[in-house]
Write a protein that binds this ligand. Structure first.
Ligand SMILES: C[S@@+](CC[C@H](N)C(=O)[O-])C[C@H]1O[C@@H](n2cnc3c(N)ncnc32)[C@H](O)[C@@H]1O
Length: 329
């Protein structure tokens, strides 16, 4: 590993500029790349890949997030596709990692979708960050419960979307176990993690997501998954990451929103999967490796992968679980 100072000395490039390049904050000219490659003894083409080291990551911790099995999923992606669809986008680990130029993302969770909408609009984006900074500076147990209780207010749904998005991100970063869970009335009900300080966002990651959204054709919706994939055509790719089927003989987390996702919903999803497959759409679906899921998708390719369960209110419930990645190609 070479220090910034040493690289600056070898390449003749200012150290501050090297720091900005490392953080992906500035565009680099070919001349700079040539100087860096000479100093590092690397081929220019190797350095051309540098921006890929600055991948986008989810801006929320989401139950069922796919960050830890992302490499396994990526190996199974179709080689080519036209439009990307992710109807249960959640934290969007795969979507943000592969950054497709044209995508249709969707989730039934309105608070989450508000946050994606803010990332797509310059004005809302800066209002969102300002509000997050405010939450960070005011953070205390009292502040947490005050913000948590906002969804009980009659005017909650009339609040500007950046305020609701900031509330969701702040609660996600400061609540116990970092999950988004609502009760039967649809109220967020997770207790505070009792942190002294809270960091609600990584500015570089947020900036990258905002830039990606402004340079790409991203359609964001908040509706049922079935409607969200209606437009998918032959040659498009849909990645389904629904709430998990309940593990055989265990309880599982499925309460992202007040409508739970039970066996009937899993069966409806399997019907949608079959219809899209007949249309020639390329499909991938992940879920728990249960008998029920294996039965629903027995006509497709079922790959078993091991994953660590990261979110569970009971620490004993953490450990390895088997997941399936089901493709029709
Ligand atoms: C397993 S999570 C997705 C995880 C995500 N892929 C990630 O990497 O973080 C499932 C998502 O489905 C959403 N959801 C639940 N029921 C839905 C429905 N009927 N239509 C669309 N989205 C739904 C939940 O709000 C939740 O965000």
């Amino acid at each position: 590993m070479i220090s910034q100072l040493e690289l600056s000395r070898l390449s003749g490039i200012d150290r501050a500029q090297i720091s900005k390049i490392e953080k992906g904050k500035i565009n680099v000219t070919l001349e700079t790349i040539a100087k860096l490659s000479k100093a590092l003894g690397l081929q220019i083409i190797t350095l051309m890949d540098l921006p890929n080291n600055h991948k986008m990551r989810p801006f929320v911790k989401w139950a069922g997030g796919k960050t830890q099995i992302i490499d396994k999923i990526k190996k199974m992606l179709p080689q080519k596709f036209v439009n990307y669809f992710e109807p249960f986008v959640g934290g969007g680990a795969l979507f943000l990692d592969i950054a497709p130029p044209k995508a249709f993302i969707n989730d039934a969770n309105k608070e989450l979708i508000n946050a994606y909408l803010c990332l797509q609009n310059d004005e809302l984006y800066y209002q969102l960050l300002e509000k997050l900074d405010e939450h960070e500076s005011k953070h205390s147990e009292e502040h947490y419960y005050l913000i948590r209780s906002m969804d009980r207010l009659p005017n909650f749904f009339e609040l500007p979307i950046y305020q609701r998005a900031a509330r969701m991100i702040y609660l996600n970063k400061s609540c116990f176990n970092g999950l988004y869970r609502v009760n039967a009335q649809g109220y967020f009900n997770v207790p505070s993690a009792k942190k002294d300080k809270v960091k609600t966002y990584d500015s570089e990651n947020m900036e990258r997501i905002k830039d990606y959204f402004s340079q790409s054709d991203i359609h964001i919706s908040c509706q049922d998954f079935e409607l969200a994939v209606k437009q998918a055509q032959a040659g498009d790719f849909v990645y389904f990451d629904p709430p998990y089927d309940v593990l055989d003989n265990k309880e599982s987390f499925t309460s992202y929103s007040k409508e739970s996702f039970g066996k009937e919903e899993q069966a409806r999803l399997a019907r949608v999967y079959k219809e899209l497959s007949l249309k020639g759409v390329k499909l991938m679906l992940s879920n728990h490796n249960t008998i029920f899921i294996n039965e629903l998708y027995k006509d497709f390719n079922i790959n078993i992968v091991k994953a660590k369960r990261m979110i569970n209110s009971n620490a004993n419930g953490r450990g390895d679980v088997e997941e399936v990645i089901i493709t029709n190609y």
